[in-house]
Design a protein around this ligand. Structure first.
Ligand code: GDP
Length: 196
């Protein structure tokens, strides 16, 4: 779809703070720095709807965005901060787990992976959870402008192998910086949402 009027709704930590809406939700998950904010901005055609490089406090919250009254984008806090303490990691886990486990509106999860990095144990765990959940999902390889097309194809195969050799995920190489792959990802979202 072409987004006309995306709006930030609220930042939440606890379920009682989540917005009351009956729109279906797409959650964006991935390591911090994987390119979540940039992808949400590219998908919505806005420069600063989602804050890039936000402070650690902000990144522990879940940010909800109204996409033209059609669906809600949910920006989950990124995992994998090397610097955070054990307490903060536990808090992150609770915030994300709470959302994933209790939110009836959740309809699709998009897992972002930096195309240049090997998936970490957090990525593998998240992907396993998504697969078992039975939710619609897609993998997005971010920052593809940083590699040649051939290298992207190589990395794509390696990432699938490392994440889960037996799975056949739908996988979308994108560059938010150059807006490549964004229309294809939207087509997939539209397809998934028109399936219900
Ligand atoms: P987040 O922490 O997952 O929200 O990641 P951000 O969207 O803030 O991106 C992290 C860093 O990667 C920032 O410096 C972005 O400018 C950069 N980045 C994100 N997407 C792209 C992309 O498609 N191409 C390039 N070259 N850099 C990107």
């Amino acid at each position: 779809m072409t987004v006309r009027n995306p709006k930030f709704i609220i930042s939440a930590v606890r379920p009682e703070q989540y917005p009351e809406t009956d729109m279906l939700e797409i959650a964006f998950a991935g390591r911090s720095n994987a390119g979540k904010s940039s992808l949400i901005n590219a998908l919505t055609g806005r420069k600063r709807l989602a804050y890039s490089g936000s402070t650690q406090g902000m990144t522990r919250q879940i940010n909800f965005y109204d996409i033209d009254g059609e669906m809600t984008f949910v920006d989950l806090p990124g995992y994998g901060y090397a610097a955070v303490s054990k307490d903060q990691k536990e808090l992150w886990g609770r915030v994300v787990e709470n959302y994933l486990n209790v939110r009836p509106q959740l309809y699709m999860v998009i897992l972002l992976l930096d195309v240049r990095r090997d998936p970490g144990s957090d990525d593998v765990m998240m992907y396993e959870w998504i697969r078992r959940s039975g939710l619609a999902h897609a993998l997005v390889l971010t920052k593809c402008d940083k590699l040649s097309r051939m290298k992207v194809a190589e990395r794509r195969a390696a990432i699938i192998r490392q994440l889960s050799p037996e799975a056949e995920p739908r996988i979308f190489p994108v560059s938010s910086a150059e807006r490549t792959g964004i229309d294809e990802l939207w087509a997939e979202i539209d397809r998934v949402f028109s399936d219900d």
